[in-house]
Design a protein around this ligand. Structure first.
Ligand SMILES: Nc1ncnc2c1ncn2[C@@H]1O[C@H](COP(=O)(O)OP(=O)(O)OP(=O)(O)O)[C@@H](O)[C@H]1O
Ligand SMILES: [Mg+2]
Length: 274
């Protein structure tokens, strides 16, 4: 499968495990989930990079209270070098695509190539690469899914959000019926609620597409999440050991089950059993 792009998905066992965080609707928690999962894996001892591909509206660095001076857009314009792009946040690497909107068509075209080069440059050094995407089924989300080994769909229990993500998922599955999607339910009322939302989504997929996706876990709607965003500190750093952080650990455990076995012994596992 490719979505009309030039580079094929990296299926090699030795490279990094690449995850794309996508959704239909905006504001469902993609960036929050991406940063906290990436930081959970980093705290477990893995080498982790986050590529913020929400070009122009990037906010992963903001969620980590980090100032971005060099972006892939700067590199494309010759204003910095590739080596300037990685930003370190307590051992977690962040690469920002573009921190301001208004890229020309030509710059956008160059940006896709540049982002591929970034992935290649990171590949020798990282166990995991997360790609955070803009809302919807635009070219950047498709690019990210095309590069990823796992597409993480952030689902919330709203009819418009579910129908948007269904249409996106359907589009991708029509191109590649075997595309590995998995759900994360955000703003869930609890485990049972999350399981119901996931099952409802799978029922629709099964009925119309004869497909099923797997379940990674849920994050409850929580004032602690809002506080961590206001504080610009991921929950993993702000409130280690809390039930909320255990939900992120549970999801990383499920991710590790999907990652190549060669990665697993590389770090000490501290996650609880599901
Ligand atoms: N589990 C949660 N509990 C409470 N609030 C949450 C939760 N998840 C996300 N939020 C709120 O939703 C807002 C949007 O989250 P986030 O920026 O991660 O979404 P997004 O999907 O990346 O948005 P965009 O589509 O704009 O990139 C956050 O600023 C936060 O206030
Ligand atoms: Mg976002």
């Amino acid at each position: 499968m490719t979505f009309g792009m030039t580079m094929r998905k990296n299926n090699s066992k030795s490279g990094p495990f690449i995850l794309a965080t996508v959704s239909g609707k905006g504001g469902v928690g993609k960036s929050m989930v991406t940063v906290n999962l990436a930081d959970t894996l980093r705290m477990m001892g893995y080498t982790v990079a986050v590529i913020d591909a929400d070009l122009g509206l990037s906010n992963c660095a903001t969620l980590l209270n980090e100032q971005v001076d060099a972006t892939v857009a700067h590199w494309v314009r010759g204003q910095c070098s590739l080596e300037d792009l990685p930003l370190d946040s307590e051992g977690l690497t962040i690469i920002t695509g573009a921190s301001k909107p208004g890229l020309s068509d030509h710059e956008m075209e160059m940006l896709f190539d540049a982002m591929d080069q970034v992935i290649m440059a990171l590949s020798d050094h990282y166990d995991f690469i997360f790609i955070d995407t803009p809302a919807g089924s635009g070219a950047l989300s498709l690019w990210a899914l095309d590069r990823a080994h796992l597409g993480m769909l952030v689902l919330v229990n709203e009819p418009t959000a579910i129908s948007d993500v269904y249409r996106f998922c359907k589009y991708v599955l029509q191109i590649d019926p075997t595309y590995p999607f998995a759900s994360i339910i955000n703003f869930a009322e609890g485990e049972d609620d999350a399981a119901r939302i996931h099952e409802r989504f799978n029922t629709i997929l099964k009925y119309f597409m004869q497909q099923q996706i797997s379940y990674l876990g849920f994050i409850p709607a929580s004032e602690q999440v809002r506080a961590s965003i206001r504080d610009q500190t991921p929950l993993t750093r702000l409130q280690p050991g809390t039930d909320l952080v255990k939900e992120f650990e549970y999801i990383t455990h499920k991710i590790l089950e999907k990652a190549p076995e060669t990665l697993v012994p590389a770090a000490s596992q501290t996650v609880r059993n599901p």
